[in-house]
Design a protein around this ligand. Sequence first.
Ligand SMILES: Nc1nc2c(ncn2[C@@H]2O[C@H](COP(=O)(O)OP(=O)(O)OP(=O)(O)O)[C@@H](O)[C@H]2O)c(=O)[nH]1
Ligand SMILES: [Mg+2]
Length: 197
Amino acid sequence: MSAEVLVVGRPNAGKSLFVLNFAAFLGLRAVRLAASADPGASAARWVPLERARREWVSPLPYSTLEPVALRVVLAVGGRLQPVQVVDCPAIDDGSSPSEAIRRAWAVTLERLLTARVVLHVLDAANPPRAVDAELAAFVGPRAAYAVLANKCDLPEAAGAVRRLRRQFAPRPVLAVSAATNRGFAEVARFLADNLPG
Ligand SMILES: Nc1nc2c(ncn2[C@@H]2O[C@H](COP(=O)(O)OP(=O)(O)OP(=O)(O)O)[C@@H](O)[C@H]2O)c(=O)[nH]1
Ligand SMILES: [Mg+2]
């Protein structure tokens, strides 16, 4: 079984764009979608990453309501290791009037209970919220955990990484941009150093 990396965070943080562009950075060109539960629908199919980006990345919050797993291969200590990178539904402060969103939060929290490696994507162009600190505490020492300070390409993110490093210490905070691939080599190194097995 391949190691699993959970990608979590607030709505609109950039989780889906990060997962798709990071997978492309590691060499993936298409996403394999599982067969639908709908008996009339087609079997598993491949979707080019470019199309997945168009369909899954959106400025609207809660675009991702089910976990999406991408299989990639990572170089770990001179050998290639298969890894499942899972784009999880967003979680946020408070509650939501939408049952679908509340269910999606529950799915993410449940997966976090058994996760071994967690990437917490945070929008560095906006202040962190209470749920960001709570997420780190919820995971605790159970899992390897890094904060990805995303959207570092935006001017509003200036200075955010220093503040986040103070807030999340001793957890690593990596400056990334899912839009420009900034910091992806550091994320790959963090995973290679922390994947189980
Ligand atoms: N400038 C900039 N925009 C980004 C970056 N990452 C994501 N975005 C934009 O932020 C918006 C949200 O991106 P998504 O990847 O859909 O965010 P998400 O965290 O998956 O959102 P939900 O699935 O709704 O929780 C989109 O308009 C992206 O184009 C980044 O690094 N830089
Ligand atoms: Mg998404």
